[in-house]
Design a binder for this molecule. Structure first.
Ligand code: PCA
Length: 216
């Protein structure tokens, strides 16, 4: 299935940022990066976007992200890999906590305990499911870098007066990514299906009212 982006929504999205992560742990690729590559290939059918690939290390990631977030983005869509997951997960909460590869601690001692998404995630999840792609709204993005990026981005969105301009999406492995792994292969979905789901989200994002996300 190749989804075409309806041109009507294009004009409203002025500055769209999509972030992915570098490979980490035992994996030589990160599905978020593979999806961005697919989006770049489909760029002529999509609204203009800029993509960055973040390192999976707290300090470096924070530095690179905050530097990028000094620009006024209309929307920030963050993608991350969720090993073992069977569905695309639209994350509802970013929590002020880190505990993986570091001592348990708050991400920001003076920050709020959590940010809750104000986007119509259930509606968006249904849209994706209607295209036969497994998707759900997930409570929160865990306590690793994905959650940290969502927290820092939600904080930036709040500070710039566009609280509904950030979303984190956790993505299962792509089948193409794990086929060569010896032994029992983990759960996965085809890369085209994962990219299609993100295209559906971009379509929904582009249809948000300007007043909701201040895309101008
Ligand atoms: N997934 C990890 C960090 C980077 C990524 O792609 C996470 O779920 O936090």
């Amino acid at each position: 299935m190749m989804l075409l982006f309806p041109p009507i929504g294009y004009l409203s999205v002025k500055k769209l940022l999509i972030t992915a992560f570098e490979p980490y742990g035992n994996w030589s690729t990160n599905v978020s990066q593979l999806i961005v590559q697919q989006l770049v290939e489909r760029a002529s059918d999509l609204p203009p976007f800029r993509s960055i690939v973040l390192p999976v290390e707290y300090c470096e990631c924070y530095q690179q992200l905050t530097e990028t977030l000094t620009e006024p983005w209309g929307f920030m869509l963050h993608l991350g890999q969720s090993p073992g997951s069977t569905v695309i997960a639209l994350e509802q909460f970013a929590i002020n906590q880190k505990s993986i590869e570091t001592e348990p601690a708050e991400l920001d001692e003076s920050g709020p305990a959590a940010f809750r998404s104000r986007l119509p995630l259930e509606q968006w999840s249904t849209k994706i499911q209607e295209n036969d792609i497994p998707c759900e709204v997930s409570c929160h993005a865990g306590t690793y870098l994905c959650n940290a990026v969502y927290y820092w981005s939600s904080q930036a969105a709040e500070q710039t007066g566009n609280p509904a301009s950030s979303l984190f999406v956790h993505v299962p492995f792509a089948t193409e990514q794990i086929m060569s792994i010896p032994g029992k292969t983990p759960a996965s979905l085809p890369i085209n299906m994962l990219a299609d789901a993100v295209v559906i989200l971009l379509n929904e994002i582009s249809q948000l009212e300007n007043s909701e996300v201040n895309l101008a």
